[in-house]
Design a protein around this ligand. Structure first.
Ligand SMILES: [Zn+2]
Ligand SMILES: [Zn+2]
Length: 137
């Protein structure tokens, strides 16, 4: 999203952008972005600063650290970004939006709190069923 400082009215304005994550280098071994994400911004000028309140919703596809199954998730963040600007500047907030999403990634994705993971001996997904190492109680 590019914001032209001279185009921001005194009362502020809203803007919205949809991003294709493919060229943005946001993937991790266990995090994939397969759908576009949306940023909605409320933009204001405060003195020499451009203040952007950004609501970001980014669908993720995560790989569970315990059972290795992929599951859908969503990053939602509300960020305040501010920039020192001159009246003729055009500010591109795309890189900051990207950073905000990456900072909100889970450290260790787990599909659900009670995920049983894989058997260490045979690799059976214990959410699906028990193996001979884990007899059903
Ligand atoms: Zn899991
Ligand atoms: Zn087993």
């Amino acid at each position: 999203m590019k914001i032209s400082v001279s185009g921001v009215p005194a009362e502020g304005m809203t803007d919205r952008a949809t991003y294709d994550p493919a060229p943005m280098d946001m993937e991790r071994l266990d995090i994939h972005l397969r759908e576009p994400f949306v940023a909605e911004a409320f933009i204001r000028k405060v003195g020499q600063e451009l203040v952007v309140k950004a609501d970001i919703r980014c669908p993720l596809s995560l790989t569970c650290a315990r059972c290795l199954e992929e599951f859908p998730s969503m990053v939602t963040t509300q960020s305040i970004l501010s920039y020192k600007v001159q009246p003729t500047d055009v500010v591109d907030i795309t890189e900051d939006i990207r950073q905000e999403i990456i900072l909100a990634y889970p450290m260790i994705p787990v599909c659900r709190a009670e995920c049983k993971g894989l058997c260490r001996s045979c690799g059976q997904n214990l959410n699906v069923g028990a193996c001979r190492h884990h007899l059903v109680p």
